[in-house]
Design a protein around this ligand. Structure first.
Ligand SMILES: Cc1cc2nc3c(=O)[nH]c(=O)nc-3n(C[C@H](O)[C@H](O)[C@H](O)COP(=O)(O)O)c2cc1C
Length: 224
């Protein structure tokens, strides 16, 4: 596929056919995705390819507490999991509140997802340039999310689809135990992958003029 076509049509696929995603396709995708950049080219990434049904099911369950908190915050009219405004939600209670719906059905049937890739990064190898700032860190992710996104672009190019989720991160110690990761290996993403039931071709995104500005963030919108 043309690169721009891939970029414009790699949507978050959450419903899959029963088609398998064979190991040779997964390997090909990883073999191309590995050319992603990372700080100092240290490539501190690890990808766990999960096909075992019980493990997939458990990974789904580990997403539920974070999902319930998100749902409670949505119901309170908040942007879920943001760190700037204090939340009005009692998150400890919400995390275990079984009356709150799981809004992603795929998480309840994870064993049916053809393949799940858990993407982790070795924090011993990551330069977290924003670690002394008084806000949540974002820079560390720059050494792992280019790989994660390359993987999803690669699957699109192979005719598959997937979604990047970060819900697992809130249960990181449990995930580390389940998958044999070390405590310095951060759980960056869980990619659910399969053959999408439907291929979307028109994604809803802001135009360039709404997010790019000339010279200063309060400058004129950037145009061609
Ligand atoms: C950091 C991040 C976290 C995300 N978490 C989830 C998630 O938990 N569940 C999910 O279904 N999709 C998740 N997504 C996918 C987004 O919902 C999706 O990219 C966005 O809604 C755009 O959808 P589209 O590409 O299909 O237009 C996540 C994406 C990113 C980048």
């Amino acid at each position: 596929m043309d690169l721009y076509d891939v970029m414009r049509t790699t949507f978050a696929a959450r419903e899959f056919t029963d088609d398998d995603v064979p190991d040779d396709a997964v390997y090909r995708v990883l073999d191309n995705a590995r050319f992603a950049p990372s700080g100092g080219n240290r490539q501190g990434w690890k990808v766990v390819v999960v096909r075992n049904a019980a493990t997939k099911q458990k990974l789904g369950e580990l997403c539920w507490p974070a999902m319930r908190i998100a749902v409670a915050q949505l119901q309170a009219g908040e942007v879920y999991w943001q760190t700037i405004e204090p939340t009005s939600v009692d998150t400890e209670t919400a995390a275990v509140d079984e009356s709150l719906p799981i809004t992603l059905p795929i998480l309840e049937h994870m064993e049916q997802v053809p393949v799940v890739l858990v993407v982790a990064v070795d924090l011993r190898l990551v330069a977290s340039m924003d670690k002394n700032l008084d806000r949540v860190g974002v820079v560390s992710g720059a050494s792992i999310y280019p790989l994660a996104w390359n993987i999803l672009l690669g699957f699109r190019n192979e005719g598959y689809g997937g979604a990047l989720t970060t819900l697992l991160a809130s249960q990181e110690p449990e995930v580390q135990k389940l998958l044999g990761l070390e405590d310095y290996e951060a759980v960056a993403a869980m990619l659910v992958v399969g053959r999408p039931v439907k291929q979307l071709s028109k994604l809803s995104r802001k135009p360039v003029e709404e997010f790019a500005f000339v010279e200063r963030a309060d400058g004129d919108p950037f145009t061609a």
